[in-house]
Write a protein that binds this ligand. Sequence first.
Ligand SMILES: [Zn+2]
Length: 477
Amino acid sequence: MRPLCAILLLRISDDRSGEAAGVGRQDEDGRRLAERLGWTLGPDETHVIVENDTSAFKRRKIRLPDGTFALRTVRPGFRRGLDMLATGTADGLLAYDLDRAARDPRDLEDLIDVVESKHPRIPAESVTGSLRLANDADVTMARVMVAIANKSSRDTARRVTRKHEELATQGRPGGGGIRPFGYEKDGTTIQENEADVIKWMAREILDGGTLFGVAAQLNERGVRPVRAQQWNSRSVWSILTGPRIAGLRRFRGAVVGDATWPAILDRDTWDAVRAQISERGSGHNNQLTRWLTGTLWCSLCGHELTNASATKHVGPRYWCSTPRGGCGKIAITAIAVEDLMSERIVEYLSDPDAVVRLLEAISGGTADQTRTQLAEDEAQLKDLARMWATRRITLAEYTEARDIIEDRVRNARAFTLSSAPRVLRYLLEGDVQSRWDGLAPKDRRVVVQAILPNGFKVLPHPKDKPRRFDPDRLVPR
Ligand SMILES: [Zn+2]
């Protein structure tokens, strides 16, 4: 029985080897074969099906009729053809070759089911002769060939994945996609202005700011994200929690190691920011920011002491937090140390000499001073590099000296960029004590860091003394 209303199935494939014929050629060859076999094709607009997918092997999660989800190669054209054959709208299938008709074994099994649903079987033919389902031997052969084709497709997919994995473990950018905020298009060069924005975002969050608040401020200042017009909580979240800005490479959701690109936030800061964000997200009450974070450091391991909430037995403390990478051995009562520091700061700001010095720094001189200092520091960095190159100092010495200078540069910049001048001016223009008392934790923090940029080391609690607050445990860094 020769089909009177056959389907011609043509596929556009992404085969770049040039072996697969173009659609025009497939069409021509298919019609010639139909003529030779004596088949009649159905009307062009319904029976010539051009599948416009670019890969014969891409699966997507689709919802099955029973409501469950499964990975399937999405092929609406092929499915429509099967329906037509099953319902009798078409009575034969012509394809260019088996590869094109069914690369996924599931597709082939569905095709076999349809073909065998009629007696005699629905005829299926292909130009290359690879698609034949006329008897059981043909069906077996078809299954083997599809399995092989399927495997080679999978291998290709796996090779591509492996390439990405390789790049990931080497810490190189994966390539493609849009420019990440904070970096140039190459994904590895820091875009300075945006890097400053990221540092500012991190500082805001650590100061108790919200994702929403950060987004609103950025929009207000006219800072633009890479692609969108406006910031929202989600985009702020994704930049701050992404490992890229800490110089870490992520692959499939897991951090796989140091990246080749430079970090914008150091690891500790990034960890603290993420901890802060997730803490707030999980509903912890984080209203009162402990304003001495960033000022107190562990004398044992050198880590920054961070806020530890009050428990049933002890009040709020600053401690060398193990979840944030510290040793966990140093803790100090928050209220007592804050009271002590408040007292000292007010005392300092009430000293006329200090006021003169600070006002000088605030009004005018800062920018020039910073510029002079930056120039000096840069010259010194060059000297150091030269000394190291000529082996007058060791790499360790060079690295250490460089870190100190770079730190100084950062501090100088941080002061001019921060709100310290504004807050200090406000404090000094009135009654220091009462203005200090009314200051928000966030602003207190700015003041303490401007006056005491190096902060204090906190010594272990002396074993022989009664367990109460001991100011001697604070040592300037
Ligand atoms: Zn520690």
